[in-house]
Design a protein around this ligand. Structure first.
Ligand code: PEP
Ligand code: MN
Length: 360
């Protein structure tokens, strides 16, 4: 299946000299709140105003959104500020109401993308519209499911498509609310280069003081846009209070962000890059060589264990290796998180090499 979004055409039609920015509160709370934030965001880099009307909450009892009445507030905000309006839709009724209120951008939330029935229902309800539709990644790190969501919309004839990377949930706590797993979004970007890719640093980080850093990372990776939650009184927001920033802070974030160009004509720069890339290629080749050698040693260990009927997995030894590597890694400026991931992967590969020998 080929998703062909004509050269990011809908995005180019915005004619921006910077990445696309969608901003606004996590949830629409009152008419005054919607209008006040929209006015504070107009005349900035923001092109599209976001506000959730129907809020999927993990546990019942929280604020579940103001419902359809909020669509009227968005219409009013659009009339007063000229900003385009965006909201989340999770079923055919939401789509019908959003279309009736002429909402410009509809996004499918992370908890909906996981459900092909729901996405198909939304795609069917959207068939024939020329609205911009953005698909958030599913909560679980499943690229096929994310692509599948986009395909369902594409098959329904929706051409103004894009994706939002909002990170993935994990059982173990990390410094992120939803870990980015950048490689998944990058894989999507390289498979579908014409599909605009937007980063949602608010839901990735879950905390406002990390928004700048993650937004910059996204821009460094050539993302096409950002969707950032903004509220004039973040601490008293009815949902996602910890991650929202005031419109003033948001404007400062835009000032501080550095937009990178993909290429340059500067010959000296290009010559230096070629040299550095050659060095990286050599370092990568050495890494692979070393890993290959390490696996051969694992196979010899496997053969020895087989002779003596010893178990493959030796937890004590493994924990010792890991502890040492974390310390050594730290000295080389490598984070504990990276060392853990790297060595878990190496260990896994090592075990399968040993098992191959043992079960021969
Ligand atoms: C949101 O954008 O407010 C939201 C609910 O996001 P997600 O679907 O990424 O959790
Ligand atoms: Mn939110």
């Amino acid at each position: 299946m080929n998703i062909t979004v004509e050269n990011k055409k809908w995005l180019e039609d915005f004619n921006l000299s910077h990445p696309l920015v969608i901003a606004g509160p996590c949830s629409a709370e009152t008419e005054e709140q919607v209008l006040k934030i929209a006015h504070e965001l107009k005349n900035s880099d923001v092109s599209i105003f976001r506000a959730g009307i129907w809020k999927p909450r993990t546990r019942p009892g929280g604020f579940e959104g103001v419902g359809a009445i909020g669509l009227k507030w968005l219409q009013k905000a659009k009339a007063e500020t000229g900003l385009l309006m965006a909201t989340e839709v999770a079923n055919a009724t939401h789509v019908k109401l959003a279309l009736e209120h002429d909402i410009d951008v509809l996004w499918i939330g992370a908890r909906t993308t996981v459900n092909p029935f729901a996405v198909q229902e939304i795609a069917d309800a959207l068939a024939g519209t020329d609205k911009i539709v953005l698909v958030k990644n599913p909560v679980n790190p499943d690229l096929a499911l994310w692509i599948g969501g986009v395909e369902r919309l594409f098959n329904a004839g929706i051409t103004k498509l894009g994706v939002i990377h909002r990170g993935f949930s994990t059982y173990e706590k990390s410094k992120y609310r939803n870990i980015p797993e950048w490689q998944i979004a990058i894989e999507l970007q390289s498979r579908f280069p014409d599909l605009p890719l937007i980063c949602d640093p608010s839901h990735i980080t879950g905390q406002r003081d990390m928004i700048q850093e993650v937004s910059q990372q996204a821009l460094d990776l050539n993302y096409d846009g950002l969707i950032i939650e903004s509220h004039y009184d973040p601490d008293h927001a009815w949902s996602d209070a910890a991650q929202q920033v005031t419109p003033t802070v948001l404007k400062q974030i835009f000032e501080d962000l550095k937009v990178k160009k993909i290429t340059t004509e500067d010959d000296a720069f290009n010559a230096k890059m070629i040299k550095l890339r050659a060095k990286i290629d050599i370092a990568d080749a050495t890494l692979l060589e070393t890993l290959g050698k390490r696996m051969k040693i694992s196979e010899q260990i496997g053969a020895l264990k087989k002779e003596k009927n010893i178990a493959v997995l030796q937890n004590k030894r493994w924990n010792e290796i890991l502890g040492k590597m974390i310390l050594d890694g730290e000295e080389k400026g490598l984070s504990e998180e990276f060392i853990l991931r790297l060595f878990k992967a190496i260990h896994q590969e090592s075990i399968s090499h040993q098992e191959k020998v043992i079960n021969k």
